[in-house]
Design a protein around this ligand. Sequence first.
Ligand SMILES: [Zn+2]
Length: 617
Amino acid sequence: MKQFLLTSSLLVLFNFADGQDYRWQQRVEYTMNVKLNTETHKIDGTQKLVYYNNSPDTLTKVYYHLYFNAFQPGSMMDVRSRNLPDPDARVKDRIFKLKEDEIGYQHILSLKQDGKVVNHIVNGTILEVTLARPMLPRTKSTFEMTFESQVPIQIRRSGRNNKEGISYSMTQWYPKMAEYDFQGWHAYQYVAREFHAVWGNFDVKITIDPKFIVAGTGRLQNPNEIGHGYEKTGTSTKKTSEKITWHFTAKDVIDFAWAADPDYTHDVKLVPNGPELHFFYQKNEKTAVTWKTMEEVAIQVFQHLNNNFGKYPFDTYSVIQGGDGGMEYPMCTLILGEGSQAGLNGVMAHEVGHSWYQMTLASNESLNAWMDEGFADFASDEAIHTILNEPINHAGSYTSYFNLANSGLQEPAGQHSDHFNTNRAYSTAAYSIGAVFLQQLKYLMGEEAFYKGMKRYYNTWKMRHPEPNDFLRVMEKESGLQLHWYYRYWIQTTKRIDYGIGNIIEKEGNTIVDLERISEFPMPIDLVITYKDGGKEIYYIPTNEMMGKKLTEDKSLKRTDLAAWPWVNPNYAIRINRRLAEIESLEIDPSLRMADINRKNNKIVISEIKPFMETTH
Ligand SMILES: [Zn+2]
């Protein structure tokens, strides 16, 4: 007993030391019972929600998301899409053209808090509820709701009859409690991007025409009753009644998504040491071969991510044909299924990556999309290239960043996702600049510390809502370096990195190289010198803001550590104890991990230039 107490208090201390224990988070327990009428596309639902106010605040209001309301002419999503210079091709003016029986809506028929009727008003995609009784700190309330929804024609993420003929993509489909945290309410109108939600448990019963197969978040509780290839014993007791009810439960998730189609083929594969993978798709000439191949790739993606970024915390995952591209949800994804093999593998891998960066590390996607899309892109890209035995260099992300930076459209990546001026600036910021943030962090920290840090981040913050500072603090502790300056420059500004090699002279038998910081963004420098005799060495210059240096990455290369480069200084001179005639070339960051906007001035081959010679004797 004593030992137990000692151990647990040490654990608390350890957690506190890693920064996670100071932050409370709300909790939800949903029990939903919904009936989908597949002729009218309407849902009748009941929702019992036990909401835990773990905050130190007394709440007088709560807010729910009503996402389906976005699919109505004149909604904020519609107006935004019609006013963007580069609207999403899937949305454009399609919402504006929806007819009455094609729109989406969520009508709240009744709502009670602990048995008392509450006042509520609908404002676009947000339901504002004035509580019957304020919720004191660390208390819970039970909200009981009845609602009626119409499933819209598939426009974005959710809806009926997607372009590949999947009947129902049921995502962002139920009244969902908005997140309240140390920053207050995150009850954003659904304009384009959305993910931030309360952690909790779901118990969902879906009643539907028995010809449909349902796939979704969580684990099916009644496979024998359902049949449809779910039964393990082979003694299916599938009902022949008019409707059947699918019962799913999921623990410690931030959402619940599902899809239904009469023609799903269902395959099951096992990742060694878990999880169990489920695949649901319409088998036809476009999918029959590609999905079987993709299933094998999915196993390897899970293995790679488990080994390098932390262990997947759930026991199942489903890849479901549906939606309009690829969208991540807890324990499942909805993706289009009829594309090329490489496209299918890539989308699957990206969405699986979100099981780490969003479904386990639930950063606020609206505020910090780069921590969600960028990190998922980074991890899945590493998995795919490892499987293909290709170099891991994230070259595509760098190219996309350089193109945006040179277009004049770049905006700081750290702004709210919905508020970028163009979809292009958003998507490059979220995906590419987010992925480059990590690849460049390898350059700053060294690869070994980087991967250790990624796992430590995962284990420290899983099932929480990490913020940029939380990630940075873990990486700082792992590397012994200060890194907030890097985050501020890379994520909060559009400042660029541009270093170059300037004058080279020989003086008293030494070679003096002048390095130039041409743009504002300070970075540490790896300068690799290649000699004519085939030898190589590296000169390493940290920035003063790092307050330290990375560990040696390539032990086969002699490294000379130089004094820190103060960020205010535009130039830095290096003295190499060799004659100029002995040097073949000099190169800043041959690993290409530093996102230098102009790489032309990063390498000098001595024979190709006429050095500025100043020989004193
Ligand atoms: Zn994504």
